[in-house]
Design a protein around this ligand. Structure first.
Ligand SMILES: O=C(O)c1ccccc1N[C@@H]1O[C@H](COP(=O)(O)O)[C@@H](O)[C@H]1O
Length: 212
């Protein structure tokens, strides 16, 4: 079954909604953003999160030390959404001797040639997933903008892909069909006036799981 990640949780109300509708993953943004949570607040939210839901930390060019401490706080997937390179990821992988976690590298797509993107993905060796998002000069992510799925449709066949960027209940089925990811990731598309909307979360998860 396709996995679902709901990203950008900030409040106890958000936690209650995901505990009720049960996505596979939830994301907490540790980077500068209107959705940023600090680590002490993250720990409080994680205490209330259903243990069957996997918590993902979204990092942008953080130090390895900071990421390690956040894994220590209970994060199970490290989503690298900045300019982290293969050397950075090699160092992070060292921590797998001590902690049980996955690494997802975000790749932000604009107009880059498909071959170049493939080469770039190959340079990362052992990451557990590639998260495809829209490239923008406004922010590293969370903008609710989609990239050209058609242009990159062959990438999904070769790599474990998390599809992100501008997903919502009206376009996610087309995204699944075109990119064939193992997981879809949504933040802006399940918000109303800047806050997570439990009803949109429910509809998004139900649609991905049942096709209706
Ligand atoms: O959500 C943010 O504010 C954010 C900030 C910095 C890096 C990544 C961020 N979010 C990630 O962006 C994608 C797409 O989100 P959207 O659905 O288009 O709003 C998603 O992976 C979020 O985890």
């Amino acid at each position: 079954m396709i996995k679902v990640k709901i990203c950008g949780l900030r409040t106890m109300e958000d936690i209650k909604a995901v505990n009720k509708y049960r996505p596979d993953y939830v994301g907490f943004v540790l980077a500068d953003s209107k959705r940023k949570v600090c680590r002490s607040h993250l720990k409080i939210l994680l205490e209330q999160l259903d243990k069957g839901i996997i918590p993902v930390g979204v990092f942008v060019n953080h130090s390895i030390h900071y990421v390690e401490q956040t894994i220590g706080a209970g994060i199970k997937v490290v989503q690298l959404h900045g300019d982290e390179n293969d050397k950075y990821i090699e160092k992070l992988e060292e921590l797998k001797k001590e902690y049980d976690f996955e690494i997802w590298k975000a790749v932000r797509l604009g107009e880059q040639p498909v071959d170049m993107v493939s080469e770039y993905l190959d340079s990362f060796g052992n990451v557990d997933g590639f998260l495809l998002d829209k490239l923008s000069n406004k922010a590293y992510g969370g903008l609710g903008e989609k990239f050209s799925w058609e242009r990159y449709r062959d990438i999904g066949k070769k790599y474990p892909i998390v599809l992100a960027g501008g997903l919502n209940e009206f376009n996610v089925m087309e995204g699944l069909e075109t990119i064939k990811p193992f997981c879809v990731d949504v933040s802006s598309g399940v918000e109303t006036k800047g806050s997570k909307d439990p009803e949109k979360i429910r509809r998004f998860i139900e649609l991905v799981r049942t096709g209706r």
